[in-house]
Design a protein around this ligand. Sequence first.
Ligand SMILES: Cc1cc2nc3c(=O)[nH]c(=O)nc-3n(C[C@H](O)[C@H](O)[C@H](O)COP(=O)(O)O)c2cc1C
Length: 303
Amino acid sequence: MELDKILGIEYPIIQGGMAQISDGEFAAKVSEAGALGVIGSGNMTGEELREQIRICKSLTQKPFGVNLLLLSPHSDHMADVVVEEEVPVITTGAGSPAKYIDRWHRAGIRIFPVVPNPTLAIRMERYGVDGVIVEGNEAGGHIGDMTSMTLIPQARDRVNIPIIAAGGIASGRQLLAAQILGAVGVQIGTLFLSSTECPIHAKYKELLLKSKYNNITVIGQIAGLPTRMIKNQMTRNYIMEEKKGKDKMELERYTLGALKTAVETGDLKKGSFMAGLALSQIEEIRPIKEILEGLMREYREEL
Ligand SMILES: Cc1cc2nc3c(=O)[nH]c(=O)nc-3n(C[C@H](O)[C@H](O)[C@H](O)COP(=O)(O)O)c2cc1C
């Protein structure tokens, strides 16, 4: 896998940006451990993002990234902040990065949008991005329609830029499978949630260890914005109301701030405990370095 060489890091692994979770300190720890740590900007303001970037830079000299959700009302300001703070890598989600690409490239930033289908991968290639992260719907958080098994090869056949696979990857075998399907590296979210260093509430981590694939559900399949998470009271209420035909705006009362609630208070009833289908493969909470070494060891053995 070549992503390590492309990004100048030790392992061909990106830690997926996670709003409310992957702050500057966590991203720095991931980068120090040899993958690419990514700050999840979520709904931060530009200045809040600047603070997290500075924390990250004070803790590591290694490359790191920032994930920008481009539907944020603060996107234009954040687009300036990443240039001013000399962020080496940007991943984008929720919206098009087109209008920022020239400026970011002039600043030497490498750009990797996250896409859920080959059509968007083709569009991003036309915009001149450096690669695409294709995310299968096994992933935790907001998801598209395609599975990694179908998405990675179909994107590979349609674009010439590097492809990074995301969604459902939590073992060296899956790293190798992603490579065979056409990826130069992988992006991982759920497995990083289970790291010792991940700044989520202890109850979130306990729930990760207790839950299996059959404890996972997707809300928003009817109302829009499908999101994968662990089943609880909140998801049951949401899905019941969704089936009654309530629209996305009405349903927001369940989800607004629910990820923050899960991360900060571990409220098992009201929180949104986002996690992907790879959850069943997680058996213990381990330091980031151990997780990464385990993945690479298994990858090499399988190879
Ligand atoms: C708790 C959680 C929060 C996430 N937040 C974001 C986000 O803010 N922006 C984004 O682009 N992706 C987000 N993702 C997706 C991850 O960056 C990553 O692509 C995904 O987790 C990969 O699939 P996996 O969970 O199967 O490893 C989130 C995922 C999780 C589990």
